[in-house]
Write a protein that binds this ligand. Structure first.
Ligand code: ZN
Length: 232
């Protein structure tokens, strides 16, 4: 049940709604995979431009700040590339256009593993989190079909079949990644999102250690991240 991944699944795409979602959800696994040689790309659907209640901080300024924080966190984790699609924070929708954009990225980057937010989590109240997971999975499905978005299939671009999907923030975990060795790097990367996490970082770090410890219990790890995992 907890078998290791075959070595051939070496390209990973993480699709999330906001800067800091990956560090809140799955970054222990990201850094572990990066260290093992996997090539990891982040796709952020928004730039978190509504992530402040400060009326003096304009959305454009906020977006730039949060993109910088996300890039710094990604660098710390060994993520190769961070792509921002800059959809409006708080208003994300799983539109055909978004699905088309993501399908194009999947066909270009050809990830073996897709990591995203579980859109079916009960009472997932944040509409962006629901829309991000749904759009990512719909795009994953579209990208393998010849007949969907065929205008993308020019030059060397072919349909692409993602081999595995990992959903974080899930109610239906069936796979646990041991992050005992990477928990502190995950916390340190999360701290890069200073506009969101300071000045409560100490408490937050403790909460995250507790969460990942709880998640680990089921799989016999000191710290783990839990996923719903699909193999295709
Ligand atoms: Zn979020």
């Amino acid at each position: 049940m907890f078998q290791e991944l075959p070595d051939t699944l070496d390209r990973v795409m993480v699709i999330a709604a906001h800067p800091d979602d990956p560090e809140f959800g799955c970054a222990g696994t990201v850094v572990k995979w990066a260290l093992s040689g996997k090539e990891i790309v982040y796709v952020l659907l928004t730039s978190g431009d509504k992530g402040s209640h400060d009326p003096d901080l304009r959305p454009g300024r906020m977006a730039a700040l949060r993109e910088g924080e996300q890039r710094a966190a990604a660098r710390e984790l060994g993520v190769e590339r961070v792509i921002f699609l800059r959809h409006p924070d708080g208003l994300l929708e799983n539109t055909l256009e978004l699905r088309r954009q993501l399908s194009s990225l999947i066909r270009q980057h050809r990830p073996h593993i897709l990591v995203t937010i579980d859109p079916w989590r009960h009472y997932q109240l944040h509409p962006d989190h629901r829309a991000a997971g749904q759009a990512a999975l719909d795009a994953m499905y579209a990208s393998r079909e010849w007949g969907i978005f065929p205008e993308q299939l020019v030059d060397d671009v072919e349909p692409w079949r993602v081999r595995e999907a990992y959903l974080f923030w899930t109610d239906n975990a069936d796979h646990w990644e041991d992050i005992s060795a990477s928990i502190e790097t995950r916390i340190s990367a999360l701290a890069r999102h200073a506009s969101q996490v300071s000045p409560n970082m100490e408490k937050l770090a403790e909460r995250i250690r507790n969460w990942t410890h709880e998640m680990g219990k089921e799989a016999g790890y000191e710290h783990a991240e839990a996923f719903k995992r699909f193999q295709f």
